[in-house]
Design a protein around this ligand. Structure first.
Ligand code: PMV
Length: 336
């Protein structure tokens, strides 16, 4: 029997990935950039056991048995085994995979990103494969490729139709900007209405904004964001992050039928952030929303206390309707 356990954190995109040019290989139509959180708070944990005595492959997610016949899981497994040495003794052993998230799954909080980064990392250890594994994690869930690295990470879309150049690269370790913090405001724990897979597909088919965003907006914003991160220029970082979130949700609304992810509370949070920044005469806090209503706020440590007191005033903590979770800045974490 061989057992491996791995923990992987979520990543929060500041330039969003939305839309695939190849559904099967999960190749994106634009580059994206994210920050990987530390494993102190929101993360996935996967334990894989391999044994010659197991009769069949089995998979549990958050304590519930799942169908092992999941194409994305099998694509990752196939690719890891393909890269393993032919002499690897456990290639034909059956697996028991146990995965859990310590935060709401499929609620627009990047659970699949952490989950697949964790799974692929555990498989890579189990079958003892070397080299970059982000392109394998990508086959599980696109954004998972970014959770393979810590700190600031770019998913380069690549040009090849076969996807070997569609990889995650670390732009800077978390230690580069140790003052950076993320606050997640959990507006809803519910599973999102439309999965990112179906939402993206409909956007690619129907949104007239999408090609413009991919060709004209994102490439410029990616360059500006890389500069803001390299220079630790929070003012610019915050502005680009908010612009990208707004552009992404505009494209979601431009999809037919529209993908409505933000709700009234999300919009109220946007208002609070802009009012706060106006009063401070500079962008001290930035928001970004994924495929769900929950707000991810990037801000510097020096601003956390004051901004949280504003949030607690505007949204008094009441029967769990809105909870804040203070996520400490991520440390450099290269998954083993
Ligand atoms: O990796 P997926 O298929 O869960 O898509 C993630 C899409 C967003 O979270 C909305 C954006 C991103 O880049 O993470």
């Amino acid at each position: 029997m061989k057992v491996v356990t791995v923990v992987a954190p979520v990543n929060i995109a500041v330039i969003k990935y939305w839309g695939k040019r190849d559904e099967e290989l999960i190749l994106p139509i634009n580059d994206s950039i994210s920050g990987t959180l530390s494993t102190d708070h929101m993360c996935a944990k996967t334990t894989i056991q391999a044994s010659p005595l197991f009769q069949e492959n089995r998979f549990w997610l958050n304590g519930k048995p799942q169908d092992f016949d999941n194409p994305r899981l099998n694509n990752c497994l196939k690719e890891v085994k393909r890269r393993a040495k032919p002499s690897c003794p456990i290639l034909n052993w059956k697996l028991s995979i146990c995965s859990e998230n310590n935060f709401p799954t499929a609620a627009g909080l990047a659970s699949s990103a952490a989950g697949y980064a964790c799974l692929v990392s555990a498989l890579a250890q189990l079958y003892e494969i070397d080299g970059d594994i982000s392109s394998i994690a990508r086959r599980g869930s696109g954004s998972a490729c970014r959770s393979v690295y810590g700190g600031w990470v770019q998913w380069v879309k690549g040009e090849s139709p076969t996807g070997e150049d569609s990889l995650a690269v670390q732009l800077a370790p978390a230690s580069h900007w140790p003052e950076m913090r993320v606050i997640i405001l959990v507006v809803s724990n519910e599973t999102k209405k439309y999965s990112s897979t179906s939402g993206m597909k409909t956007s690619v088919e129907t949104s007239q904004l999408l090609p413009y965003r991919a060709k004209e907006i994102v490439p410029k914003q990616v360059e500006r964001m890389k500069r803001a991160i390299a220079d630790k220029d929070f003012e610019a970082f915050a502005r680009i992050t908010m612009e990208d979130s707004n552009s992404f949700h505009a494209m979601c609304l431009d999809t037919f039928p529209p993908c409505v992810y933000m709700n009234d509370i999300s919009h109220a949070i946007v208002d609070v952030v802009h009012t706060y920044n106006q009063l401070k005469s500079s962008n001290k806090v930035s928001y970004t929303f994924d495929a769900g209503p929950n707000a991810c706020l990037y801000l510097l440590e020096s601003e956390v206390e004051e901004f949280l007191s504003v949030i607690n005033y505007v949204f008094p903590p009441r029967s769990g309707s809105i909870q804040d979770e203070y996520i400490k800045g991520s440390k450099v974490k290269q998954l083993p």
